[in-house]
Design a protein around this ligand. Structure first.
Ligand code: AMP
Ligand code: ZN
Ligand code: ZN
Length: 424
């Protein structure tokens, strides 16, 4: 009996041991992540659209708070006016105020054409995108950039696009975006990009649909927290967490709105006197017909409530919103929680029983608490456990150039204002 068992074990070992050993080697080579030993200074810029500054406290996303605690955090990031997605992303990328980079709103009227987020051909047309975004600076100076979504990365600005980019599609799973960026880090030294972008819309989507202070928005925040954790885990596996500089930002915050707080602009002035009107709920751009500007502004300024309307030359200087030829002769900006709209749209909402209920909006005055954004920095270049005073998002471009060893293009930021974030 003992002999039988011994024989059996011997036979088993001689037959299966080589197979087991092979399987073990195979799984090591296939699944063990190769550490990256030759990393150049690297930045991964992660945008969490519509992540209001207080979500960190309020919803307690674990990894984001950990990065903020161990790295650098601004008390909040001051967005640029108007507090919309495209103007602010492109300000972060270029260090220019919207009046200087040309993306003055999500909708723009110029060249006799309209730029808007649903017009891919226009989004990809470089004529709209002025200034020099960080990925162009990176590529021009001999390094490589990889973008998994970021406004502007689809257009050949100054004829240059990131070495890797993808046309925007909001349905691409967030985890795929992260894994794809991590796989670019695995490229050999000469091919490996040093600047990366990632973009996630979840906090903005939930904030709009359900309003900011809700369970739904909390879940969206925790969702993107998981995605950031996947990125951090990927960096740890490659032994470069702590070396790679993670910059996590948002473009603006989110305010609660109720459609009953609508301002019916066409009840206030005769819209037939305008050549063109570009509407968003928070900003209306009015291009008057020849000779009608005075009549329109007079009607607006005397009658409008819960919004401010200015001639272009009267827009308060603190908004830095005058210099561009694209800014309309008249603009109206709604007060927090109010919606600029027209009678037709309001009646449609009413008809569909869509007036009641809280929703979310942004685009308002960039000094409002509800519009505040986030800035978290973590990695080799950043101090540890440092909380900075709030700063404007025009400064991030210079900061990224500094970390990457790039000479910045002309911009509105000032490195001196945020150099305290970095190690000496
Ligand atoms: P906003 O209207 O300012 O709330 O814009 C947010 C929306 O912008 C997101 O929900 C996306 O659908 C859209 N978006 C973000 N990035 C891009 C992009 N690169 N191209 C086209 N649309 C985008
Ligand atoms: Zn946004
Ligand atoms: Zn939004």
């Amino acid at each position: 009996m003992i002999l039988l068992t011994k024989n059996f074990i011997q036979r088993f070992l001689s037959k299966f041991l080589p197979v087991c050993a092979l399987a073990l080697i195979y799984s090591f080579t296939c699944f063990a992540q190769k550490p990256i030993k030759d990393l150049k200074p690297t930045v991964i810029l992660v945008s969490l659209d519509g992540f209001r500054y207080d979500y960190l406290e309020k919803f307690q996303p674990g990894i984001l708070n950990e990065l903020a605690k161990k790295g650098v955090r601004a008390k909040w990031l001051i967005p640029s006016f108007p507090t919309k997605t495209f103007p602010n992303h492109y300000t972060i990328a270029t260090g220019l105020y919207p009046e200087n980079h040309g993306i003055i709103e999500n909708n723009i009227f110029d060249f006799g054409a309209v730029f808007s987020l649903d017009k891919r051909a226009e989004l990809q047309n470089p004529r709209w995108w002025l200034g020099e975004p960080i990925w162009v600076t990176t590529e021009k100076q001999g390094q490589r950039a990889a973008a998994y979504f970021f406004p502007g990365t689809e257009a050949a600005i100054q004829t240059i696009r990131p070495s890797f980019f993808r046309e925007y599609n909001g349905r691409v799973p967030n985890n795929l975006r992260v894994d794809s960026i991590l796989s670019r880090l695995d490229l050999p030294f000469e091919e490996r990009p040093t600047f990366f972008t990632l973009y996630f819309s979840d906090p903005d989507d939930a904030g709009h649909e359900f309003s900011p202070d809700t369970e739904e928005t909390r879940y969206a925040v925790l969702n993107v927290d998981d995605v950031v954790k996947r990125l951090v885990d990927g960096l740890k596996k490659r032994k470069v967490f702590g070396k790679v500089n993670l910059i996590i930002v948002s473009d603006h915050g989110m305010a609660a709105v109720n459609r009953n707080n609508s301002i019916l602009v066409d009840d206030i002035f005769d819209t037939g006197k305008a050549e063109k009107i570009l509407w968003t709920g928070e900003i209306v751009q009015i291009f008057p017909k020849q000779g009608e500007e005075a009549t329109i502004i007079k009607a607006l300024q005397s009658k409008i409530r819960h919004a401010s309307c200015w001639r272009k030359s009267e827009i308060p200087a603190r908004f830095h919103y005058q210099a561009s030829g694209r800014i309309a002769p008249i603009i109206c900006s709604a007060d927090e929680g109010w919606i600029l709209t027209n009678r037709k749209r309001f009646d449609e909402w009413k008809e569909r029983d869509e007036l009641d209920g809280l929703r979310g909006a942004h685009g308002y005055d960039n000094n409002l608490e509800s519009m505040r954004a986030i800035f978290i920095g973590h990695g080799a270049a950043f101090k540890k456990g440092f909380i900075s005073e709030p700063f404007e998002n025009i400064h991030i471009y210079n900061l990224m150039c500094k970390i990457l060893g790039l000479t910045p293009a002309k911009n509105d930021g000032d490195f001196e204002k945020i150099k305290t974030l970095l190690k000496n």
